[in-house]
Design a protein. Sequence first.
Length: 436
Amino acid sequence: MSQGPLTEEFLKEREHHVPRGVYTTVPMFVERAHGAIIRDVEGREFIDFAGGIGVLNVGHCPRAVIEAIQRQAKRFIHACFHVSMYEPYIAVARELNSITPGTFPKKTMLTNSGVEAVENAIKIARYYTGRSAIIAFDNAFHGRTLLGMSLTSKVKPYKFGFGPFAPEIYRMPFGYCYRCRFGLQYPSCELSCAEYLREFFISHIAAENVAAVIAEPIQGEGGFITPPLDYFQRIQEICRGHGIVFIMDEIQSGMGRTGKLYASEYFGVEPDLIITAKSLAAGMPLSAVTGRAEIMDAPHVGGLGGTYGGNPVSCAAALAVLEMFRNEPILEKARSLGERVHHRLLSLREKYALVGEIRGLGPMLAMELVKNRETREPAADEAKRIVEIGFEKGLILLSCGNLHNVIRILMPIVITDEQLDQGMRVLEEAISEVSG
């Protein structure tokens, strides 16, 4: 696909003004977007299977969100909640306290980005427990700040050359059944990967020193790795037995991405702290830490916050999103979408040996690509080429995974049937071409 004169011009400007470390998946510049369609500056339209990396579950530019942003922007754009309060912040907190898993009393603080919420969740857990150690998992992704990188597993490109990292971060295997670190199979394994946490307290860090265990219910950047549904119940049980705060990072998996408001609901757990971001405000910068009131209230007055945290315009957008979930059948649409996409992906696995595993929940799905199904050698180059072919044919895709060999599906839930069918046809064409 030729890039076009405006794209060429902007690419030259980007090269001159923007550092090379700011990575972009496809060479295009957006002119406008709506629903599941992106239009670039050359007038070309693309079906969006990336959703701004899981930010646009309710689609690009939903009318209710735009109107809410406009109304709030006419009133005031910023006040700083630490200087003078405003009701939209409290309204978002009230909503999240109500909809997040767990029937216990909760409180919520608002921040700007996912990683900022991660950092605050760790701060709160450390303050509450009086402990310093944090346990994260292989294949985890929790952001790009110093602490976020330290919690993140993937070295290149996220951590390479950026050390030293934050101390007191420990890492254990995740429930990655397709590539089990213990060489076992579920369910005969009896959740050895979760039970390993008990041994971890002996060989790596004493439980008495651990403030929190932080996990993604479905690992996003790590490859949409989805553990058995009873996995987190075991992890939470062990944490509670040792007074350890259990944190669920639902930045990518929350807000309907899996067909439920939070993926934690599938696993039957009630996290002590839960992190929401990405699709919470339909593209406006907003994130949240919600948790047990006694844990959230632990830090002293002035110990939490930030200048822009809970910006009123972002809060207005989030309230509009939450109202959409209340009044529209978005979750039903997500579950139906998930069934259709899952069926299509399974058919691709039957036809192409390149597709090793299909995994995920609801419409948060992915394909792990392998050169050989027996050896499971990762097909990273093939994944990269599928993204390129998809773009050439008008489909925006994302790869992921520590082995760079996973194609993830993150189209807006509001995608039309016609757009979905066309996108899946292009995806199959790309797989067929790469498969030879």
